[in-house]
Design a protein around this ligand. Structure first.
Ligand code: ADP
Ligand code: ZN
Ligand code: ZN
Length: 749
């Protein structure tokens, strides 16, 4: 009898697949089924890739290194593939494109419970009417009566709770009916039911530009086309998404909506729920494993018509995908910054081109990548120029900080302006760019600063829960010294303004008005956002103080002044992407002002009021700024004009880090010389920068270095990386060095 071999992608950081013998009593797994395999001393769940016959009857296999005895598969978990063919193809592409082991790509894309090999038949809560229900009991409870009537439409097989809720039944009513003995619940495996989608709310009458955008999406249904919807915050992009989705849903297809990490608020989801009677599931990192599995299953069976999720939702199985919407396409959270460093926007574009459906990408501040694609005609760019509401976009002005008196970073000009707004019963938003802007401990006498012993970074002064020094990069903590270790002066002063210091200053200046702080600490509790909204939107004149958390998506109609405390960090960074990111942030924060009926004002404090990029941004807006940035990138041959790959390496010794990176470069050059034709080398030269120390060379006690590789030809770049990168694991210099590869890096840190 012949043996069958199963080729398995195992979740380990190795690039090859592994072969296992299929025991004769097991069914042959199709590609995409989960299997349990022995691996070293462990048991792992992998994905079957392929099955083939093995010639030798004893289960041994010849390789270059000799004859090996193969191990047996322990279990075939699935009878039908857990991953549909299109997802399998997509993940295989992503593994190739990001040069990441396929077994680990699978792990990143699958919910934890599936990864662990759990069975898929999760039980769902069903409800049905009991035999002895007496309807006259319900005369005085219309809610229960209505729920009972709906429940009564189903026979003894009952209906899943989630479907009943979609039909207008409230859970509290079901529980009340249960108490009366009129309804009962039971658990049962979920059978997908396909419900047609209905409009729950009339669409708004679109303006001309919205109409055009909606028509363009509809014109491209059923085939691949990227459509960039470029419109300021409040210009009505979400309304376009909703109307663009409608015929897709009505045709029984599914829509995938990707939102930034911070963007998945109840407000966002409620707008979709309010518009459509449809099964909407959410997918994000902050869910329990069971909830995530349920959402994934609802997507996979096709019962979920709309999937709204963050980055990783791009991998959800959707058998009838008809449209992908990506809100805030430029947002950094779409790029995974560790392990499997994929970009959800780019994966989505690839997926849509495989499936043949349009992608609608919305942004007030499109990424330079998308603007470049649009300029090349590969994305269709549409504008929404009018704000759908009445208000105009805020006016932006600079405040020159040079030689001005300041209080904890706030100039008197700014404090004045805030005071005037409060007096006029308006609200003010004070925005602090947290990055690189926190209070450090400085000696007034000799200039000594408190530094982290493990990183190239200043320690930050924290006030809660008790005063201490804290390193934001490695978590190191220490007590505040009482005197300067260098000169023994006791005049140690916290300088620079963190949110806590700013809050104190604002409270001291405007004692009659509430200062509402919004940052990770104040919004981490469930429901705390709702309270903040409540306080701000129903409150009188007040000051909102916050960081990045405040920049996105939130609507504060009474805010008329936005103050940006420090814009300079972004424009002076060594990271070539930093100005783009800062400009996006400025525009986003500015978009918070004047969304009500009053025109807003934005005041930006800077020590570089002549910076040409900053001036372009505030005088001519993001569009002009982006053009100027693209021009600069073209001049210096940076992305999106060339394609980049970044190697990051770190080790406890600066020499070892550098030695590894140098060896990597040598290997790459050798590869390029032998592999590429003279003509390729001339037409698309490989540009290698490095080894260079990372912007923060020492972090948490390790020394970090980079090599940036760029090439104008994406295909050639990948052809070189594919055979080269996996071999670096075998370099002798690799020992004690951790290294990673980042394709299309978004941050050079
Ligand atoms: P964006 O997604 O670009 O920030 P929204 O779609 O949220 O913009 O629209 C901003 C506001 O304008 C919302 O309150 C929305 O209801 C309203 N709006 C959008 N389009 C229209 C329209 N065509 N007619 C009337 N109001 C609209
Ligand atoms: Zn000193
Ligand atoms: Zn540190």
């Amino acid at each position: 009898m012949n043996l069958h071999l199963v080729q398995v992608a195992v979740p380990v950081p190795l690039f090859e697949f592994f072969d296992y013998i299929l025991p004769t009593d097991m069914p042959m797994p199709s590609a995409g089924c989960r299997v349990r395999v022995p691996f070293g001393s462990r048991e792992l769940v992998g994905i079957a890739m392929d099955c083939r016959m093995l010639a030798s009857p004893d289960g041994s296999i010849e390789t270059q290194t000799g004859t090996h005895q193969l191990k047996h598969l322990l279990e075939v978990i699935d009878t039908t593939p857990i991953l549909p063919p299109d997802i399998l193809t997509l993940l295989a592409w992503a593994a190739r494109y990001y040069h990441y082991p396929l077994g680990e790509v699978f792990s990143a894309a699958l919910p934890a419970l599936i990864r662990q090999g759990r069975t898929l038949d999760l039980l769902t809560c069903y409800w049905r009417v009991t035999a002895h229900a007496n309807i006259t009991d319900l005369a005085r409870s219309p809610k229960q009566r209505k729920s009972f009537d709906i429940l009564n439409l189903h026979d003894q097989r009952g209906a899943p709770e989630s479907i009943l809720i979609l039909m207008g039944v409230e859970r509290s009513a079901l529980l009340a009916l249960q108490k009366r003995g009129m309804a009962e619940s039971f658990m049962q495996a979920h059978e997908p039911i396909h419900h047609p989608v209905h409009l729950a709310q009339m669409p708004l009458v679109p303006n001309a530009e919205q109409q055009q955008a909606i028509e363009q999406v509809h014109a491209h249904l059923g085939r691949f086309q990227g459509i960039l919807l470029n419109g300021l915050t409040g210009s009505g992009k979400t309304e376009v998404y909703l109307q663009a989705m409608q015929p897709v849903l009505e045709a029984g297809q599914q829509v995938l909506v990707l939102v930034p990490e911070i963007g998945l608020t109840p407000q966002t989801v409620n707008r979709f729920k309010a518009r459509f009677h449809a099964e909407i599931v959410m997918m994000h990192s902050n869910m329990t494993d069971v909830a995530r599995l349920q959402a994934w299953q609802a997507a996979q069976t096709g019962s979920a018509q709309i999937v709204i999720g963050t980055r990783s939702a791009v991998f959800s199985p959707l058998p009838r995908l008809g449209l992908i919407v990506i809100d805030e396409e430029h947002d950094l959270s779409y790029k995974q910054q560790d392990t499997f460093r994929y970009h959800a926007r780019d994966v989505a574009l690839k997926r849509a081109s495989d499936v043949g459906c349009p992608v609608l990408l919305g942004s007030a501040t499109p990424s330079l990548e998308c603007l470049h694609l649009a300029a090349e005609g590969r994305l269709l760019e549409l504008h929404l120029r009018d704000r759908a509401g009445e208000a105009e976009f805020a006016r932006m002005q600079l405040i020159d900080l040079r030689g001005k008196k300041r209080e904890n970073g706030l100039s008197l000009t700014l404090l004045d302006a805030i005071g005037k707004r409060l007096k006029a019963h308006e609200q003010v938003l004070v925005f602090l760019n947290r990055r690189g802007f926190a209070p450090v401990l400085l000696c007034d006498a000799c200039g000594w600063q408190a530094d982290c012993p493990r990183c190239d970074a200043h320690l930050t002064v924290h006030y809660t829960p008790r005063q201490h020094l804290h390193c934001h990069h490695c978590g190191y903590q220490s007590r505040l010294p009482t005197e300067c270790p260098a000169c023994k002066s006791v005049n140690l002063i916290p300088t620079g303004a963190g949110t806590a210091r700013l809050e104190e200053t604002l409270v001291a200046h405007f004692p009659d008005h509430p200062v509402i702080r919004v940052d990770r600490d104040t919004t981490s509790r469930v429901g705390s956002w709702d309270k903040i909204y409540e306080r701000v939107n129903h409150g009188g004149p007040s000051i909102l103080l916050g960081t990045q958390m405040l920049a996105k998506g939130h609507h504060f109609p009474h805010v008329t002044l936005v103050a940006i405390v420090d814009v300079d960090g972004g424009f002076l960074s060594v990271d070539f992407r930093a100005p783009e990111r800062m400009a996006q942030l400025v525009m986003q924060v500015a978009g918070r002002a004047g969304r009500g009926s009053k025109t807003g004002q934005v005041l930006i404090q800077t020590r570089n009021p002549e910076n040409p990029l900053l001036l372009t941004l505030i005088r001519h807006g993001y569009g002009e700024f982006a053009l100027q940035m693209l021009h600069e990138r073209k001049q210096s041959g940076l992305p999106p004009y060339r394609h980049a790959a970044l190697i990051r390496a770190e080790s406890p010794s600066a020499e070892k880090t550098e030695a590894f990176l140098s060896a990597a470069i040598t290997a790459l050059k050798a590869q390029s010389d032998s592999y590429r034709s003279e003509q390729d080398r001339r037409l698309a030269p490989l540009d290698i920068w490095g080894p260079i120390p990372a912007p923060m060379e020492k972090r948490a006690g390790v020394f970090r270095g980079h090599v940036l590789i760029q090439c104008a030809d994406r295909r050639l770049l990948h052809q070189l990386i594919a055979p080269w990168w996996p071999t670096l694991a075998h370099l002798p210099e690799r020992r004690a060095v951790r290294a990673s590869l980042d394709i299309d890096p978004m941050e050079l840190s």
